[in-house]
Design a protein around this ligand. Sequence first.
Ligand SMILES: [Zn+2]
Length: 209
Amino acid sequence: MESLGVPLTEVGALTADGQTVPASHIPAGGDEIAVLGVTRPQPLPGPARFLLDVHLGTLARRLRLLGVDTAYESVDIGDAALAARSAADQRVMLSRDRGLLRRRELWAGAYVYSHRPAEQLKDVLSRFAPPLTPWSRCTACNGVLHATTKEALHDKLEHGTERSYDTFAQCTDCGQVYWRGAHHSSLNAIVEETLLEFGGQPSTAPSDT
Ligand SMILES: [Zn+2]
């Protein structure tokens, strides 16, 4: 399969003359081989958590916006390090690089078919069906957000922000503050559209920087 350019991450069941066989099966002469696609949603050996390569930054932010646990570094750490991290953290490696997806160390992996973030998001959500909890993660660092008050944030807010907004959240990891702000409507459109199609919890928490 891989010599034809298809990473095994994209291959579901394999059969030889109607019998299911492992990917290591060596066909005998005359065997009829069938290759099925992956099932959707695809079962994983653990929770649906992801690791994205350096080219998928927009997809990473959108997954985090929806509360999906998504690791991403904006610098290229190389295929070997990515594969090792997928294995160590038990994260699904998402990439458009077939060579990376052929690495045996990966805990799990998936080829991202589209180059457009909106289609990439739908592809990943329909393939792995991760639970969606919008506005619960920091889009900058993947940390978990906690609700807070403008009093607690007093020294971090500009005066205009403090006057205009009432609902705030803060990242437990990097301290980034989120509130209902100017970009809320465009992000909210992504969240609402996704929830309509894929389900999840209604969005109630603060949203934007
Ligand atoms: Zn953060």
